[in-house]
Design a protein around this ligand. Structure first.
Ligand SMILES: [Zn+2]
Length: 148
């Protein structure tokens, strides 16, 4: 009785898995619908001094300039972003970031889905022990099950 009460209701687990399925499908749809170019990296603003002795930056923090920072083969590289390409690169980098975030969320939901299936298997497991049955009775069951 007590052991039965502790078991989780299988239909609740199924409902949870169905909701995950819907969310997984939506995420996968968004990932597959992506048509725009992606660009790996993140934006960095660096302040650099131009070198002119009379410029205000000589005593200040320098002129701000935007760069794209990317890691390839373990090395970080900085690419200067001119005013002409900055907006486009920002868009592509934003798409890349969104893509990776959705993929991470998808992976998380997939792990939940697999955990849910494990829970379902546990909830459906027959709690009756096999060891306690009498030999003659179980053999008789086998025979009748086979002849059916
Ligand atoms: Zn300057």
């Amino acid at each position: 009785m007590f052991a039965y009460q502790m078991r989780v209701n299988p239909s609740q687990i199924r409902q949870r898995i169905r909701r995950l399925e819907g969310s997984l499908g939506a995420l996968l749809g968004q990932l597959l619908d992506e048509r725009g170019a992606l660009r790996r990296g993140s934006f960095v603003t660096l302040h650099r001094k131009c070198g002119k002795a009379t410029c205000h930056c000589a005593r200040g923090s320098g002129h701000p300039a935007d760069y794209l920072s990317t890691r390839r083969e373990g090395r970080t590289r900085l690419f200067y972003l001119s005013r002409e390409i900055r907006a486009q690169v920002a868009e592509e980098a934003g798409r890349y970031r969104a893509f990776r975030q959705r993929r991470a969320l998808l992976a998380k939901r997939m792990r939940s889905l697999l955990a849910g299936l494990d829970e379902l298997a546990e909830a459906l497991e027959n709690p009756e022990p096999l060891g306690g049955q009498k030999k003659g009775k179980s053999q008789g069951r086998w025979r009748s099950a086979r002849s059916d």
